[in-house]
Ligand binder design. Structure first.
Ligand code: AMP
Ligand code: ZN
Length: 475
């Protein structure tokens, strides 16, 4: 019996068996998308890659997935405490473009990157600015239920109205409260957050809308709750993001949803928490600190291009670490991943295509690994075992192709670049051909060894020879 899918779930802090809420419908998956005021860094892509693998594992288990991803193009302020500038307006100032142009430009850049990383496109990609009416309606319901209050700069959520505010993050609410008593301003509690912000007086914002409370723009958290509800319903299967979303963004998404559904006494409490599974990808670190856009000098896919590193090598690197452990980035680790990927591609490519079915025992073991809370490092190790093992070559190929539905490395699509042998290598080959024709076998062998040492392989042909870079059984 294959192992059923089980996933680590942040609310309960344990690995739970995964069952879709409604077996007759696709699994509902919401993943927090990019804030498009700048390029995404490879840390962001670690989270998107984890979510992509999750989606592929759901498919492996026979589930269709209805995947919704948002694009944050308004309302994400520089500080998580609802203060400071909107990141979009800051991006506009930095680039000399309008906030709308900034959003369009970085959304395109993001989408181009996702293609290069083999990320499966979401079913729905939704922009916050296209859903302002839904966000206003959501805030109005929260207000009607008595969970919101007005200040001179916006509409705030009153977190004290919930007895379990912050449970997702196991927040010490009382401690936070004590620490912030002096600088609360008009906020009633330290953990209260903006649902709607007014445009600053006397300032024309590039992105602003009318609302029942005044002209302004939505708070950052409301967009995800509102769009998730619109496309996936009041309660859906899985909600994901990076680990930084646990204490603020997802905590507040849950609070808002509880506030909106508070009048629905027919719903059990857990059905007011937006999603059945809350899942989080752990950080990519740079020099032991979180890689962040604000830190400057962050690494992008374009930075990998400059170094001649294939983006899929970064995908491979991410597969080597479990999504629930932080990964410290280093160029050495990325180079090692490039080498591993290269060998896997070459090894796969050397296997003949045929009609063979995948090896059932390996497929079952693979399913056990990925269903054990997405243990991709072990699944990858199993792929190497298959490649080096003694299954029939056609069976190996079929098995690895099936594994790759989850890895997403695109093994079957890859073709080796035709490589021209350098002049010294050609000279060795010519010399060897001459030695062979004059039956100087010892000399011919010596020259073959020299070619081998230069990492080339020579195939004897009736009319001469062919040269290709050495592919070997991966070490
Ligand atoms: P943002 O564009 O800042 O809204 O972030 C997009 C996604 O990347 C979110 O799910 C974040 O939690 C995630 N993220 C941000 N920084 C990192 C990092 N250093 N490593 C992994 N994920 C990250
Ligand atoms: Zn979100």
């Amino acid at each position: 019996m294959p192992r059923p899918l089980a996933l680590y779930e942040t609310w309960e802090r344990r690995v739970r068996p995964f069952e879709p809420l409604d077996a007759s419908r696709p699994v509902g998956l919401y993943t927090c998308g990019p804030t498009v005021y700048d390029y995404q860094h490879i840390g962001n892509y670690r989270t998107f890659l984890f979510e992509d693998v999750l989606k592929r594992v759901l498919r492996w288990n026979g589930h269709d997935v209805n995947h919704v991803m948002n694009v944050t193009d308004v309302g994400h302020l520089v500080s998580d405490a609802d203060e400071g500038e909107d990141k979009m307006e800051k991006g506009a100032r930095r680039t000399g473009k309008t906030a709308w142009e900034v959003a369009a430009y970085y959304t395109e850049a993001f989408l181009a990157d996702t293609k290069r990383l083999n990320l499966l496109p979401p079913t729905v990609l939704c922009r916050a600015t296209d859903h302002v009416a839904e966000q206003i309606a959501f805030v109005a319901e929260i207000e009607r239920n008595g969970f919101a209050y007005l200040t001179s700069d916006g509409v705030y959520f009153d977190t004290a109205k919930l007895d379990d505010y912050g449970y997702l993050a196991r927040l010490d609410v009382a401690g936070l409260e004590a620490g912030h008593r002096v600088d609360l301003g008009e906020k009633r509690h330290a953990t209260d957050f903006a649902l709607w912000k007014f445009s600053p007086a006397g300032e024309v914002r590039q992105m602003e809308w009318d609302s029942p409370w005044g002209r302004g723009f939505p708070g950052w958290h409301i967009e995800c709750s509102a769009m998730a509800q619109k496309y996936l319903g009041d309660y859906f299967d899985i909600h994901c993001g990076g680990e930084d979303h646990i204490p603020v963004h997802h905590t507040n998404e849950i609070a808002q949803t509880e506030g909106r559904l508070a009048s629905r006494r027919d719903l059990p409490r857990e059905r007011r928490r937006l999603a059945n599974f809350w899942m989080h990808g752990y950080f990519l670190l740079a020099n032991d600190a979180k890689m962040a856009k604000s830190a400057g000098g962050f690494l992008r896919l374009a930075t990998l291009d400059e170094r001649g590193v294939d983006p899929i090598a970064y995908r491979y690197l991410c597969l080597t670490a479990h999504y629930r452990s932080q990964l410290n980035f280093s160029w050495e680790a990325l180079d090692a991943a490039s080498t591993g990927l290269d060998r896997m591609r070459q090894g796969f490519h050397a296997l003949p295509e045929g009609r063979a079915a995948p090896d059932a025992a390996s497929i079952e073991r693979f399913g056990d690994e990925i269903n054990d809370d997405l243990n991709l490092p072990r699944a990858l190790a199993l792929a190497w075992e298959v490649l080096r093992g003694d299954l029939a070559p056609e069976v190996k190929r079929a098995t690895l192709a099936r594994f790759d539905d989850v890895f997403g490395l695109g093994l079957a699509l890859w073709t080796p670049k035709a490589v021209e042998a350098p002049a010294d290598v050609r000279a060795l080959a010519e010399a060897r051909l001459a030695a062979r024709r004059s039956k100087a076998w010892a000399e011919a062998d010596r020259l073959r060894a020299a070619l081998h040492a230069a990492w080339w392989e020579m195939e004897d042909r009736a009319d001469g020879f062919a040269l290709r870079p050495r592919t070997e059984k991966p070490a």
